[in-house]
Design a protein around this ligand. Structure first.
Ligand code: LLP
Length: 416
C-alpha cells in the first residue's frame, strides 16, 4: 500500500522499469501515467485483509473510469460502485460483471434504472422514497425484480473537506434511520422489489477510523431492528472513503481499517461490501507536465506549465495539495514557485509555494493523481484531454489517446 510510484536511480526517474524520459518522448506532455503493479497490489492487499470473510470489493468507478483499469480489476474479481448509466456502460465495456455492481447516487434517471435492471445488477443503493417507487415501476414495466438496499445517512462527521463529506444530516445523500425503517417497510410490500442489503458512504479522504466505526455500528443496530420486523438484510455496504497520504496525513493502513471493520461486524452472517476508490488508485498515478515558462517578479515566482486546472481540478476546487517533483536536471537556484497552468483563471494553480529548482522544458511530475484526476478533467479553454498510459514492468500501454482538436468540435454544428 505504501509503495511509491517514482523510482530514482542515478539521478534518473522511472515507473516500474520504464524511464520517465521514454514515456514523455513517446507520448508527450501533459499525460497521466499509472503503475499497473501498484493498482493491482493495492487491490489484492485490500482483498487479502478480508480473506475468509464473505465480501465484495466494488471499486468506485468515478475515481478512475478508464476501461483498461476497470478491466484489470474485473479480471481479479472486483465488482463496481457506479453512479450513472454511463458508468454501468463502462463496466460492461470493461467486461465487468453487472451482478457485482452496486448503483449509488441521489438522482438516478428512469433510463439508467432500466438499464441497470436489464443487466441484473447486484443492488440499487436507494437514496429516497421517490426513487424506491421509480425502481418498483421500472422493474414492473420490464417484468423483472430489482434488488435494493437503502442508503442510510448515519449523521457521522467524517472530518474531511466539506465538499466531499456525505454522511452528515444536512448532506443530500441517503436517508435518516427512521426514514430508512419506513422505506424498508414499504419495500417489503412492493412486488417487484427484493430487499438485499443496507448501505452507507459517509465521505471521502477520511483519515481516522472512528467515523467508519460509528457509522457501521449504527447500521448494525438498524439491521437488528429490521430483523425484529422480519426484514432480512443479506449484506452491509460500508462504502468507501479511506484516505491516502498526500502530504502529512496519517490515514489508517489496510490492516488497521480491516481490523476495525472485522471487530465491529464480528461473526454476523452478513456479506460485507466495500466501495473504495481513492485508496486503490490514488497513489498509482502521476501527471507529467512540462515547464513552458519561468516567470519571476519581485513578489512572486511562477512556473507556468502545460497542464492546468482542466487536467487536474483538485487543487483549484478543494485547495488540495499534490506533491510536485522536478524529474529533469536543473542547476538553477531554488526558489519559491507557484506552479500554474495556462488557463485564464487565477484559481488555475497546481501547487503553491513550492521550493524547487526548475527551468524551461523541465518535466515535472504531479503525484497522487490516480484518483479524481483524469475523471474530473474537462475541456475548459478548449484544451484537449490528455492521454493515459499504464506502465507494466518494462512496457507502456496507451490506454487513452490524446484528444485532437477535431474531437473537441466533432459534435458541434454551425447554424443553418
Ligand atoms: N461510494 C460512493 C457512494 C461515493 O460517492 C464515493 C465517492 C465512493 C464510494 C468512493 O470514495 P473514495 O473511496 O474514493 O473516497 N472528487 C473528490 C472526491 C469525491 C468523492 C465522491 N464520492 C476528490 O477529488 O477528492
Amino acid at each position: 500500500m505504501n509503495e511509491t510510484i517514482l523510482k530514482k536511480n542515478k539521478g534518473k526517474y522511472s515507473i516500474e522499469n520504464v524511464p520517465i524520459n521514454d514515456i514523455t518522448e513517446k507520448f508527450g506532455t501533459p499525460s497521466y501515467v499509472y503503475s499497473k503493479k501498484i493498482i493491482l497490489n493495492n487491490y489484492l492487499d485490500f482483498k487479502n485483509q478480508f480473506e475468509g470473510i464473505d465480501h465484495l470489493i466494488c471499486f468506485a468507478v468515478k475515481s478512475n473510469p478508464n476501461i483498461a483499469i476497470l478491466n484489470l480489476l474485473a479480471k481479479n474479481g472486483a465488482g463496481f460502485d457506479i453512479v450513472s448509466g454511463g458508468e454501468l456502460q463502462r463496466v460492461l465495456a470493461a467486461k465487468g460483471d453487472p451482478k457485482k455492481v452496486v448503483f449509488s447516487g441521489v438522482g438516478k434517471s428512469q433510463e439508467d434504472i432500466e438499464l441497470a435492471i436489464e443487466h441484473n445488477i447486484l443492488t440499487f443503493n436507494v437514496e429516497s422514497e421517490a426513487e424506491l417507487y421509480r425502481i418498483q415501476n421500472s422493474a414492473k414495466k420490464l417484468n423483472k425484480k430489482a434488488n435494493i438496499s437503502i442508503r442510510v445517512n448515519p449523521d457521522v462527521d467524517p472530518k474531511t473537506h466539506p465538499y466531499i463529506s456525505t454522511g452528515l444530516k444536512d448532506n443530500k445523500f441517503g436517508v435518516d434511520e427512521q426514514k430508512a425503517i419506513s422505506m424498508y417497510k414499504i419495500a417489503k410490500t412492493l412486488d417487484a422489489i427484493n430487499i438485499k442489503g443496507i448501505d452507507c458512504h459517509i465521505g471521502s479522504q477520511i483519515t481516522e477510523l472512528k467515523p467508519f466505526e460509528d457509522s457501521i455500528k449504527k447500521l448494525l443496530e438498524l439491521i437488528d431492528h429490521l430483523e425484529s420486523l422480519n426484514i432480512k438484510i443479506e449484506h452491509i455496504d460500508v462504502g468507501g472513503g479511506i484516505g491516502i497520504q498526500y502530504s502529512k496525513e496519517t490515514p489508517p493502513s489496510f490492516y488497521e481499517y480491516s481490523k476495525t471493520v472485522k471487530n465491529i461486524i464480528g461473526n454476523r452472517n452478513l456479506k460485507v461490501i466495500f466501495e473504495p476508490g481513492r485508496v486503490l488508485i490514488g497513489k498509482a498515478g502521476i501527471l507529467l507536465t512540462e515547464v513552458e515558462y519561468v516567470k519571476n517578479s519581485s513578489d512572486k515566482n511562477f512556473l507556468i506549465v502545460n497542464a492546468a486546472m482542466n487536467d487536474l481540478m483538485r487543487p483549484a476546487l478543494y485547495q488540495a495539495f499534490h506533491e510536485i517533483i522536478n524529474i529533469s536536471q536543473s542547476n538553477s537556484d531554488k526558489k519559491n514557485y507557484d506552479v500554474v497552468g495556462p488557463v485564464c483563471e487565477t484559481g488555475d494553480f497546481l501547487g503553491k509555494d513550492r521550493f524547487m529548482s526548475a527551468e524551461e522544458k523541465n518535466i515535472l511530475a504531479i503525484l497522487d493523481v490516480g484518483a479524481y484526476g483524469m475523471s474530473m478533467s474537462s475541456n475548459y479553454n478548449s484544451r484537449p484531454k490528455v492521454p493515459e498510459i499504464i506502465v507494466d514492468d518494462n512496457k507502456c500501454h496507451l490506454i487513452k489517446n490524446r484528444e485532437s482538436f477535431s474531437d473537441l468540435i466533432n459534435s458541434e454544428k454551425l447554424l443553418p
